[in-house]
Write a protein that binds this ligand. Structure first.
Ligand SMILES: Cc1ncc(COP(=O)(O)O)c(C=O)c1O
Length: 370
């Protein structure tokens, strides 16, 4: 079999400034390469428990945390199947592609789903949330914290309390911000807060995690046809013995256990959030310096992925591919935003120095293409 290499320097890592999957540090790759026992063994359960405990710290919660043997979309589907009864209505706030996807999951699972959205680039404000919630009675509300397609961060610290006032359960998709941006699950009363690990956790893909409130557990026990693979109650039962019902990606779980220890005890949560804030700020200043406007409405820009408008009207595909030739990957705009925008991911283990190095090279490429 021929060897597969993602970088032209065979065996070396591409420098990924992507919104996921992101750069995985050597120490994590080494963890993943360690030999395994089965997922019913004692060492596995100990490792699983470390992940549960670490996640609670990252999410500032005493709620239970669950490990899913899927990517984040699996948990998004689980939320819909486990929490919405047939005679209820679910509200999906959408500010981009992943909000639209959650709504589609609702529809395709036969749930009574309503979407309330704003123009791409804008955020859900508390006022907008209130207006939407006044229109009907919703039992569960779904919202992204960070919308990766637009680079907008919803002000969930303000929006979630508004939703809670209406008595609905709240599910937050924090896929591209968990472990990069602070979310205080208990303080806000978030019922499910979910993410996959290939973004701010800097782990190779294949695993997703969430916190789950007692209210959500209680609700799941009243909902029929939850399915099997994503049944919250089945997952919770096995979680009591620190296992998953089906075979999990053990290397990723080992890596996550090590990474949570690093995040909490070595880098420190506050420092990690600050670093992401600095990365976001620096990218926005760079964009301004070379005359790219930001796509998101001012004040709602993400600190984990920056989306720039193609204000200079350059060939974005060419820019991305020249940069790739130098060993760095950034990405074009998402879906219909292709060529109209481009995105720089700055999440996970990227440092300000790494970012600066890439932005300098990118600025040279931009000036040649202008
Ligand atoms: C905000 C958001 N939600 C959900 C997803 C889907 O995640 P996954 O590919 O892990 O299923 C993504 C992936 O990019 C995302 O950015």
């Amino acid at each position: 079999m021929s060897e597969i290499h993602f970088n032209k320097e065979k065996g070396s890592q591409l420098k990924l400034f992507t919104p996921g999957p992101v750069y995985v540090p050597e120490r994590i790759l080494k963890e993943m390469a360690k030999p395994n026992d089965t997922h019913r063994s004692k060492p596995y359960s100990e490792m699983h428990q470390l992940v549960e405990e670490g996640l609670k710290k990252v999410l500032y919660t005493s709620n239970k945390s669950l490990i899913f043997t899927s990517s984040a979309t699996g948990i998004m589907e689980a939320c819909v199947r486990n929490l919405v009864k047939d005679d209820e209505k679910a509200l999906f706030f959408s500010i981009g592609a992943f909000g639209d996807r959650w709504y589609q999951i609702g529809v395709s699972n036969g749930k009574n789903s309503v979407k309330e959205g704003v123009e791409w680039g804008k955020a859900i404000t508390p006022e907008f949330a209130q207006e939407s919630l006044n229109k009907d009675k919703y039992s569960v509300v779904f919202i992204q914290s960070n919308e990766t397609s637009t680079g907008v961060y919803n002000p969930i610290d303000e929006v979630v309390p508004v939703i809670k006032d209406y008595g609905a359960l709240v599910c937050v998709d924090a896929t591209s911000s968990m472990a990069g941006v602070k979310v205080e699950v208990d303080k806000l009363g978030i019922d499910i807060c979910l993410a996959s690990v290939q973004k701010c956790f800097s782990i190779a893909p294949g695993l997703a995690v969430c916190s789950i409130s007692e209210a959500a557990i209680d609700k799941a026990s009243q909902v029929k046809n939850r399915g099997l693979y994503f049944d919250f109650l089945g997952l919770l039962k096995k979680n009591e013995v620190h296992q998953t019902p089906t075979t999990p990606p053990i290397p990723q779980i080992r890596a996550l256990a090590a990474q949570l220890d690093y995040i909490i005890n070595q880098e420190g949560l506050e420092k990690r959030f600050e670093r992401h804030e600095q990365l976001g700020k620096r990218t926005r200043t760079w964009a301004k310096e070379i005359n790219f406007d930001m796509f998101p409405e001012k004040g709602y820009e993400s600190n984990t992925v920056s989306t720039m408008k193609n204000t200079l009207n350059i060939d974005i595909g060419k820019m991305v591919s020249i940069l790739l030739g130098k060993g760095y990957r950034i990405v074009n705009g998402y879906g219909s935003l292709k060529n109209k925008t481009f995105r720089i991911g700055h999440m996970g283990e990227i440092t300000l120095k790494d970012l600066e190095e890439m932005l300098n090279i990118l600025a040279e490429i931009v000036s040649e293409l202008k």
